[in-house]
Design a protein around this ligand. Structure first.
Ligand code: GLA
Length: 398
């Protein structure tokens, strides 16, 4: 890290490292902080299934958001974001409402923690993230979880990770106004080093699925984020709800698309308008693919896993209509590289990242094969990196 003479100004973001946070904190707030960390995620398969009570297979990233924190003697929360070089503060005793800025994630978490019965104390907080923002790797969930963890810790409250994940999801649903599912907050809390998690989003039962050392998870950031993302997300949720309303009148016991089988959907296809049928078809087939993919990964059948990833992308593109030209191109370029088993868009869509499963020996050449071709076609320089799944939220270890 390079600091100017006064310490807090002229921070060189290129050389800034999370382990510099305590020093930065001390210079700004004059106290010794504790530092907590929460990871972003990549979802291997099971996309747009979480809010349909279905199955997902995310892994926590080593890229994370860090929250350095020290208690204050009053009820004020003061926050500084290193990445945005922006500050804000609020009083825990005053009612808070959304302002449409990054601070909403933090305010939302504090509000929902208190609503759930936790008693928070005032604190100074400094946040810093190594996650690229708006890239579909869940920087917002990582921010919520890191700050929630830090606030609970300095307030002397017990930390129940499942409760924290649910509260952070509520902060996003109720305060920020984004109707996301539970996947991002759950994996940020429960990530396991070297593994993905198969999560049943209805029961929240989960189990680890080890990533074999002979393969690598490679993430390709398209560097685009289309504005449509959030309105289309809400629209998809509504379309799924409409499918459930129509199907539940003719199939017994259907409370979510999770309850509908692939053949069952086709039998009742005539009941659904064309667009609603396509949306339901994606969700229903994606749930089946997620479970088949876990079986393939556990059997070390990487070719099969790759085929399922490719099929997931096609379904997201053609039936769910949440892909975009840059994601399609990146997935296509990735699949053409020898040693790549499969590639698909990951996250909500309309930009963000492609995830590829790659033979370990081919991972080193992957970026050279894909990067220049993508750049030539789009004039955008992509960020391509191998992800080694890391642990979920906790104290930062430097
Ligand atoms: C976003 C949401 C998640 C999930 C994915 C799509 O990341 O936050 O809850 O719905 O999109 O799978």
């Amino acid at each position: 890290m390079k600091l100017g003479n006064q310490g807090t100004d002229r921070i060189d973001m290129q050389t800034l490292d999370a382990k510099d946070l305590p020093l930065l904190f001390q210079r700004r707030f004059g106290a010794e902080p504790l530092v907590f960390r929460a990871p972003g995620r990549v979802n291997l398969i099971g996309e747009h299934t979480d809010y349909n009570d279905g199955f997902v297979l995310p892994a926590a990233l080593d890229l994370s958001t860090y929250a350095a924190i020290a208690r204050r003697s009053d009820g004020v929360i003061r926050i500084h974001s290193v990445n945005l070089n922006s500050d804000f503060s609020f009083d825990l005793d005053q009612p808070q409402s959304r302002v449409g800025a990054w601070s909403d994630y933090i305010c939302g978490v504090a509000v929902e923690l208190e609503k759930s019965g936790y008693r928070l104390l005032g604190a100074d907080i400094m946040v810093f993230s190594t996650l690229p923002m708006g890239s579909g790797l869940s920087a917002s969930a990582a921010l919520e979880v890191a700050v929630g963890y830090a606030l609970l810790n300095v307030s002397g409250e017990e930390i129940d990770l499942l409760d924290l994940a649910k509260i952070c999801q509520r902060a996003e649903n109720n305060f920020v106004g984004m109707r996301c599912g539970i996947m991002d907050q759950f994996i940020s809390c429960h990530g396991v080093e070297g593994a993905a998690l198969l999560l049943d989003c209805r029961s929240l039962e989960h189990r680890t699925v080890r990533i074999d050392p002979s393969v690598r998870i490679v993430i390709c950031n398209t560097m685009v984020h289309h504005q449509l993302a959030s309105s289309e997300y809400t629209q998809r949720r509504r379309e799924c709800e409409e499918a459930v309303a129509l199907l539940s009148s003719s199939i017994e016991g259907v409370t979510a698309l999770r309850d509908v089988g692939v053949e069952q959907l086709e039998e009742h296809a005539a009941r659904l308008p064309a667009t609603i049928l396509k949306r339901a078809r994606h969700v229903v087939t994606e749930n089946a693919r997620a479970l088949a993919a876990v079986a393939a990964l556990e059997a070390r059948d990487f070719a099969e896993f790759g085929q399922l990833m490719n099929a997931s992308h096609e379904s997201l593109r053609n039936d769910y209509n949440v892909s975009c030209a840059e994601l399609d191109l990146m997935a296509e370029l990735a699949r053409a590289v020898p040693g790549v088993y499969g590639a698909r868009m990951t996250g909500g869509g309309f930009g963000g990242c492609v995830v590829a499963l790659v033979e370990a020996s081919a991972a080193a050449h992957f970026a050279d094969a894909v990067g220049p071709a993508y750049e030539k076609a789009t004039n955008l320089s992509p960020m391509i990196f191998t992800c080694f799944p890391g642990p979920g939220a906790g104290p930062a270890i430097f």
